[in-house]
Design a protein around this ligand. Structure first.
Ligand code: HEC
Length: 130
């Protein structure tokens, strides 16, 4: 009788240990994966933003440099439900800082040569900020 109790105790203990380990792995596993790199469209947008588009020269994530910050643009576009793809094709109106529109306009020579898919990737990258 005593031995059976010992066995039950031991089994319960082993079960308890293995459950704990699983939870621990799940917890740490989640922490290791940053959210922004998960969406392939956002990653492509980032590449275009820093590479071919040269947007990074004037737009930074949170501070205004030559152009408004990415998060400010993203916020205003979301609020007004505006169409960034259309704007980058040169077919829209500036809604963030119209007084500086002439500076932004010089980039349409690059963005007009991008495919819809590329422009949507840029838009997704902006929208990933807030
Ligand atoms: C030479 C500097 C410069 C570069 C390079 C640049 N921008 Fe801009 N951008 C600006 C300025 C200045 C504004 C503010 C004027 C305005 O709102 O149109 C702006 C505004 C914007 C806006 C908001 C437009 C609106 O509705 O008012 C978007 C979206 C944008 N830029 C996207 C981009 C993307 C995408 C690229 C890369 C393909 C890029 N910009 C490259 C200077 C730049």
């Amino acid at each position: 009788m005593l031995r059976l109790q010992n066995l039950v105790f031991a089994l319960t203990f082993v079960l308890f240990l293995s459950c704990g380990k699983e939870k621990e792995q799940e917890f740490f596993g989640k922490q290791e994966t940053p959210e922004t790199t998960e969406n392939p469209i956002v990653t492509k947008g980032k590449e275009l933003f820093e590479g071919k588009g040269t947007c990074v020269a004037c737009h930074k994530p949170d501070v205004k440099v030559i152009g408004p910050s990415i998060s400010e643009i993203s916020k205003i576009y979301k609020e007004k439900n505006a169409n960034m793809v259309k704007f980058l094709k040169g077919e829209g109106e500036p809604i963030v800082d119209p007084s500086q529109y002439e500076v932004m306009k010089t980039n349409f020579s690059i963005t007009k040569n991008m495919s819809d898919e590329e422009l949507q990737a840029l838009e997704a990258y902006f929208y990933s900020f807030n």
